[in-house]
Design a protein around this ligand. Sequence first.
Ligand SMILES: *Cc1c(COP(=O)(O)O)cnc(C)c1O
Length: 500
Amino acid sequence: MIQLNDTHPSVSVAELMRILIDEYKIDWDTAWNTTCKTFSYTNHTLLPEALEKWSVGLFAYLIPRVLEIIYEINHRFLNEVKRNFPGDEGKLSRMSIIDEAGEKYVRMANLACAGSSAINGVAALHTELLKQQVLHDWVEMFPQRFHNVTNGVTPRRFIVLSNPGLSKLITESIGDKWPARLDELRKLEPFADDASFREQFRKVKLENKRILATLIKERTGITVDPSSMYDIQVKRIHEYKRQHLNVLNIITRYLRIKQNPGIDIAPRTFIFGGKAAPGYHVAKLMIKLINSVGDVVNNDPDVNGRLKVVFFPDFNVTNAQHIYPAADLSEQISTAGKEASGTGNMKFSMNGALTIGTLDGANVEIREEVGDENFFLFGLTAAQVEESKRNQYDPHFIYDHNAELHDVINMINAGHFSKGDCNLFKPITDNLLWHDPYMLMADYPLYTACQDLVAETWKNTSEWNRMAVLNVARMGKFSSDRSIQEYCEKIWKVKPFRMK
Ligand SMILES: *Cc1c(COP(=O)(O)O)cnc(C)c1O
């Protein structure tokens, strides 16, 4: 079995054909049969622009024999499509492994789908949307190939190793079987109502927050208060993940303080981390915006330390192990229908953070598990996002009719966060006002209202911690052990082997 983890290795479908045919002298049909039985493909994105295309010219130059085999695979495959869907020219051109419009490309996802016996998405919603959208033609041709395997994360790294304080508390309460059988965490549920347990849980979280505060001081020079709410968004920087929606909320809270410095606002530390792809200019500018808003907010005497904004540099798994365990609030605010699964969402919740999130990726299943009342849900659904786009969505109208949003955007455009430079963040604000493909303007009123509810809930420490303990107790489903077991059962058809 070879599992194609995304389209990156999908050239290996053609390479295995080359080995079987050229080196082992096996006939085409037998080789193709073996190849299709060997490969399975896991899709990791719904964004059509993220599906890889490799130039035919590059293939011809580097691996001409593999290209020849890809053409032969495509020729035979398209004949099969014709037999199944006679006269459907649209389907033929969409399913072709070669993109013939303009410069020629190999569509790596099509090669993966054609050469695999199983195709899976990584969360229930993702698999459904895959079937309706990007891989719709493929479901019609090969319905039996499609499966869902919801992602998971390993509790050995993301709880035991990274959060020893919480691990000790859990083991003292329910025994030591949970790291290998994460469903055992359910036994923690009754402790959510136990005030002395909640107090120990709070102390563990506070200690994790102190450790992160020390790291933040070392790496950024910024002083943060461990008793403030740690509101964290760490993930690759991307417009669909909407770090800039988070920034709009921060500026909203900053403006409320500026307009009424005596306002009762619980102290919050907003922490960001994540890489931007080197050529993705807007993502780089989003990082600049976060740092620039931080420079102003962190040093404004009216704020008086009640809001802090930190961009934690060089986010990687090592840093991540200090960040997830220190979170109070997990930001999972992607435009509904865009995030395949997310796994950061799982790491946060397992470590006792509450989630503010959209109905996207695995958020849907996390909310199902932890309970609606223990999850801060906001935003348009994937269906509503599609519906708005069909009905000529007008982001400028929302800007014109929402006073706070109007003030926030104007403050950025007036150069308030860029030393008077009114143009620096224009690529971001113009895009929001005139295009807004990720619907920040539509979700802004819902997001800020939900953030008000978060702030209200935070005031009640015992209620907050009760919800957080229930999050930990109900995250058993999201162990990677469960994911791997599902791959064994649904995809690889292998049974467990017991070591003597
Ligand atoms: C978990 C993890 C991610 C994935 O985060 P998402 O919030 O699911 O996008 C990315 N980078 C690192 C270092 C991680 O540990």
